[in-house]
Design a protein around this ligand. Structure first.
Ligand code: NAP
Length: 318
């Protein structure tokens, strides 16, 4: 990973820019070609594969622009948006830890993003900031593509339900009227908070008796798995070697659909490895990255269908 030095004029996919460089954009990137017009912000952000997906898509659509990574510290998201607007950017993706801060930093939050509780896509139009959430609909599209299934027909177990990604999946499942929703989270107090927020959305969509809170211990999780068709890992477990196991051993069956929001460069996550060993169908975080990215692209270019296969190939090459 290399950090850009001020004044550098070329671009490479492993690079990211710092917030200071964004503030001094005229000196940082005076002759960037194509010009940077889209970005992902996060902290850290250097690992993001979004450029490898969006740059080929921009090229395929004949857009003379490139997509970059910018590392933005917590508390500076609104300032970063203003800098992007000043430098002629059209859109930004927002990743960890900024999705909640971004919601407060935009001028307008669309209904879905408000319901899901986070903004992961910014559209800059006429100098004002419009916030969207593409994680929820991206999740639905990727479940359809990976499993040929719709959450309306599934009993869904969300592990890490009270985290940012988990919350988006839970709320999207409620909005889509999933058959049954099993929720589990290490911190029970966060889960109780989530349950309160879920009440407003579930009305008329999913009966209360089909929303079940599970304890975070091996025996309860094993029982929850037995009740589930689709198992979603929305925790950050599996990102790093040495992370504790998510589920007790041998609890997956061949009929399970296993969906890991985490992705790892160069190998399976432990959950995906377990799914393979059990003969279960599976999808990892790349699938979500692709579909949420395609929906973001369509927000930036209304009326254009994102070139999904180009984006998929870009991610595969990455
Ligand atoms: N593929 C994609 O496009 C995509 C999109 C969004 C997110 N993600 C991935 O989803 C994961 C979660 O992201 P996020 O934004 O939701 O993060 P987050 O808001 O920080 O939430 C993290 C979740 O993981 C749980 N957790 C962390 N360490 C744990 C441990 N040792 N044992 C049990 N639970 C633990 C947390 O539980 P507590 O509440 O107890 O802390 C919380 O539920 C990340 O790996 C991220 O990369 C992928």
């Amino acid at each position: 990973m290399t950090e850009r030095g001020p004044g550098a004029k070329t671009w490479a996919v492993s690079d990211f820019y710092t917030f200071e460089q964004l503030r001094n954009w005229q000196e940082t990137a005076p002759s960037l070609a194509p010009p940077a017009r889209f970005a992902v912000i996060g902290d850290p952000v250097g690992h993001s594969k979004s450029p490898q997906m969006h740059n080929p898509a921009l090229k395929a659509c004949g857009v003379d622009a490139q997509y970059i990574r910018v590392q933005v510290p917590a508390g500076r998201v609104r300032e970063a948006f203003e800098l992007f607007a000043r430098h002629g950017f059209g859109g930004v993706n927002i990743t960890i830890p900024h999705k909640q801060e971004a919601m407060a930093a935009v001028d307008e939050v669309d209904t879905l993003a408000r319901q899901l509780g986070a903004v992961n896509t910014l559209v800059i139009r006429d100098g004002s900031f419009h916030g969207h959430n593409t994680d929820g609909p991206g999740f639905l599209r990727s479940v359809r593509e990976a499993f040929g299934a719709d959450v309306r027909d599934l009993s869904v177990l969300v592990l890490g339900a009270a985290g940012g990604a988990g919350r988006a999946v839970v709320m999207q499942c409620l909005l889509s009227g999933c058959w049954k929703l099993l929720i589990a989270n290490r911190s029970q107090d966060r889960l109780l908070e989530l349950e309160k927020e879920m009440n407003a959305l579930r009305q008329g969509r999913v009966p209360r008796r089909r929303i079940i809170r599970k304890n975070w211990d091996p025996a309860s999780l094993a029982l929850a798995v037995r009740e589930a068709d689709l198992i979603v890992n929305a925790t950050s477990l599996g990102m790093k070697d040495g992370d504790p196991a998510l589920l007790p051993g041998m609890c997956l069956s061949p009929w399970h659909l296993v969906y890991d929001m985490v992705y790892r460069a160069g190998g399976d996550t432990p959950l995906i490895a377990d799914a393979k060993a059990a003969g279960a169908r599976h999808a990892d975080g790349m699938s979500l990255l692709l579909h949420q990215g395609a929906i973001a692209f369509e927000h930036w270019f209304p009326g254009v269908t994102a070139p999904l296969e180009v984006m998929r190939a870009g991610l595969a090459a990455a």
